[in-house]
Design a protein. Structure first.
Length: 245
């Protein structure tokens, strides 16, 4: 009797969705991560094929759940928006994040940052931006000849992929969209929205005042016409032709 061997079925590899590390070490770092994430969301709100994520584990190697990084911000062109537990590149048409941001924290060691650079260099990131909120130092790297090369001057630099411009007036990071509008915090956006609401309300009130004035003018004109017609009728009663006056 011949015993047939059953084919080996490879179990699905589990890609953990957390590395047990906090998203940020302090409030300043957290606010900057949220600031960049939400403004990048707004930047590509009308493009369904740009995926933006914050603190999401990226697995660049197929069937490898050990090799991974969680950039503070990643932007992926060519992948649809939507919720993900992690970014498994082999399940995303093998498209790596083209742009990543890291916000330096006091807990980041020199060795760790070198490892991050090497990871992004090895796995195809096109643009890598590193910002230290404590020193306001902004560093950037752009892929050229298959290597991430440091950008010499970041002040005034325009990201080829994102189209945003970096400025550092008074050692303060400012980012501008291609239309010249600045990246804004949630509070600034809310204040801007409130200002727009107030302006719209003022315009509504002015329009209502104009409508009321026009209505008052119409009523005065009708009253004058009524009085004039009454006068004409009175003159006719007295045998006077008002057209001959």
């Amino acid at each position: 009797m011949v015993t047939q061997l059953q084919p080996t079925v490879q179990e699905d590899i589990i890609y953990p969705e957390s590395d047990g590390q906090p998203m940020a070490d302090n409030t300043k770092q957290f606010e900057l991560i949220v600031f960049l994430k939400k403004n990048c969301d707004l930047l590509f709100a009308n493009n369904p094929d740009v995926f933006v994520a914050g603190d999401l584990l990226w697995y660049p190697v197929k069937d490898d759940n050990v090799t991974r990084r969680a950039p503070d911000i990643m932007v992926v062109f060519g992948r649809q928006k939507g919720d993900r537990g992690s970014y498994v590149q082999s399940k995303e048409n093998n498209i790596p994040p083209q742009v990543v941001f890291e916000i330096l924290s006091p807990g980041n060691t020199h060795k760790e940052m070198i490892a991050k650079y090497n990871f992004y260099q090895r796995y195809g990131v096109e643009e890598y931006y590193l910002y230290d909120p404590n020193t306001s130092e902004l560093t950037g790297w752009l892929r050229s000849n298959n290597e991430l090369q440091e950008i010499e001057q970041m002040a005034g630099w325009v990201s080829p992929r994102l189209g945003i411009r970096f400025e550092l007036p008074n050692n303060e990071l400012q980012i501008f969209r291609s239309d010249g509008q600045p990246f804004l915090t949630f509070l600034e956006l809310d204040q801007l929205r409130e200002q727009e609401r107030q302006r719209a309300e003022q315009e509504r009130q002015r329009a209502e005042q104009e409508r009321q004035r026009a209505e008052q003018e119409r009523q005065r004109a009708e009253q004058a016409e009524t009085q004039l017609e009454a006068l004409r009728a009175l003159l006719r009663e007295k045998g006077i032709n008002p057209e001959q006056l």
